[in-house]
Design a protein around this ligand. Structure first.
Ligand code: HEM
Length: 316
C-alpha cells in the first residue's frame, strides 16, 4: 500500500518535473513554495470580503442597499451570459450539443433574472426609493454596458438599430448602424429632444468597447452561428425552440419585469415622475415600441406584429 502511494507520487513528480522543465523552471523551488504557502480558504477564494465591501450607498436609506445589491447580482448574471456567448463565438467547429448546452445555460440565467425582478418591484419601500433615487441622478441602469454586450453578442447589429432606421440601414457598415442603435434614439431628453447626459457619459466611456464587440461578433454572434452551422441540421427544431425561448426571456419577459418596476415607482396618480436617466421611458422602454428581437427570422409575421403587445404573450 505504502509502496503504491510512493510509486504514484513519484509518477506525479516526474510529470510535474517534465511540465516545469518545458518552461525552464526549477520544480524544487516551486515545491518549496508549496511547503510554505497557506491552505486555500473559501472566503479568500471567492474574494468574499471584497465582494461585501462593494455596496456604497449615496444615502442612509437602508433600501438603497437592496437596490445596489440587486443591480450587482444582475450584472454578475450578465457576466455569466457573456461568458457563454464568448465560449460559443470562439469555438472552432461548433456542434449542436455544445451550442444547445450553452444556450440552455443562458436561458437558466435569464429565468433567474426574470423570476427575481420582484425584488425591485415590491421589495423596497416606495417612499425610500423615491428619495434615494434623487441622489443617483443622472446614473441609470440604461448605462449597463454588459446589457449592450449581450445584445451585440446575440444578434446581427441591424436588429438592434432603432425600428424606424432598420430598413434603411440594412446594407450599411458597422459605424452607421452603431450610430442608430435603438437605445441611442431612446435616450433623448423629454423637453429638448437632445441627447441625455446619461447617454453622453455612457458613449464617452463605452463607444470603443461597443465598436470592438460589434467587430468581434459580426460573424460569430448567436444568430450568425445558428445560420451558418445549424440551419439545415437534423436538430434544427430543438435549437430554434431554445433560441425563441431566449429571445422571449431577454426581450419580452425581462423587459416586462423591468418596466413593471418603472411603472410602480415612476407613475403617480396617472402622472409621470421623471426617470433618473431623463428618458421618455414610457415611449422608450416597452417592447412593443422598440421591437427588438435577436432572432427575427425565427418569428412569424403575426408574431412580429404582436411582439410585446400582451403580457400573456410574453409569459408563455
Ligand atoms: C426600481 C428599479 C428600476 C427602475 C425604476 C428602473 C427604471 C428605468 C428607466 C426609467 C429606464 C429608462 C432610462 C432612464 O431614463 O433612466 C431604465 C432603463 C434601463 N434599466 Fe432600469 N430600472 C430599475 C431597475 C433596473 C435593474 C435592476 C437593472 C439591471 C441592470 C436595470 C437595467 C436597465 C437597462 C439595461 C435599461 C435600458 C433598457 C433599454 O435600453 O431598453 N434597471 N430603467
Amino acid at each position: 500500500m505504502g509502496d503504491d502511494v510512493d510509486a504514484h507520487l513519484l509518477e506525479q513528480l516526474k510529470k510535474l518535473q517534465a511540465k516545469y522543465n518545458v518552461m525552464g523552471q526549477d520544480l524544487s523551488s516551486y515545491l518549496d513554495g508549496l511547503l510554505y504557502s497557506d491552505y486555500l480558504t473559501y472566503w479568500d477564494y471567492i474574494r468574499l470580503d471584497t465582494l461585501l465591501s462593494l455596496q456604497s450607498p449615496e444615502t442612509s436609506f437602508p433600501d438603497e442597499k437592496v437596490f445596489i445589491l440587486y443591480h450587482q447580482i444582475t450584472e454578475l448574471y450578465f457576466r455569466m451570459v457573456i461568458l457563454e456567448l464568448e465560449q460559443i463565438s470562439s469555438r472552432p467547429n461548433i456542434d449542436e450539443q455544445f451550442f444547445i448546452d450553452r444556450i440552455d445555460r443562458i436561458i437558466r440565467y435569464f429565468h433567474n433574472l426574470v423570476n427575481s425582478f420582484d425584488i425591485m418591484v415590491v421589495g423596497m419601500e416606495k417612499e425610500q426609493f423615491l428619495k434615494f433615487r434623487m441622489a443617483l441622478l443622472p446614473a441609470s441602469g440604461f448605462q449597463s454596458a454588459q446589457y449592450r454586450l449581450i445584445e451585440i453578442g446575440s444578434t446581427d447589429l441591424i436588429n438592434l438599430v432603432s425600428i424606424e432606421d432598420r430598413e434603411r440601414l440594412k446594407a450599411t457598415d458597422i459605424n452607421a448602424m452603431l450610430e442608430k442603435l435603438y437605445w441611442r434614439s431612446g435616450a433623448t431628453e423629454l423637453a429638448s429632444g437632445k441627447k441625455t447626459l446619461t447617454l453622453q457619459q455612457f458613449e464617452a466611456k463605452y463607444n470603443s468597447t461597443f465598436h470592438d464587440a460589434a467587430v468581434r461578433y459580426r460573424e460569430t454572434n448567436l444568430l450568425q452561428i445558428f445560420q451558418r452551422n445549424f440551419e439545415n441540421s437534423e436538430r434544427r427544431d430543438e435549437i430554434v425552440e431554445r433560441l425563441r425561448l431566449y429571445d422571449r426571456l431577454a426581450n419580452l419577459q425581462w423587459r416586462f419585469a423591468h418596466i413593471k418596476s418603472a411603472g410602480h415607482y415612476l407613475r403617480k396618480n396617472q402622472k409621470e415622475i421623471k426617470a433618473t436617466g431623463g428618458t421618455n421611458w414610457q415611449k422608450y422602454l416597452p417592447s412593443r415600441f422598440q421591437k427588438v428581437m435577436f432572432f427575427p427570422e425565427l418569428w412569424s409575421e403575426q408574431e412580429h406584429e404582436d411582439w410585446g403587445k400582451s403580457v400573456m404573450h410574453a409569459v408563455h
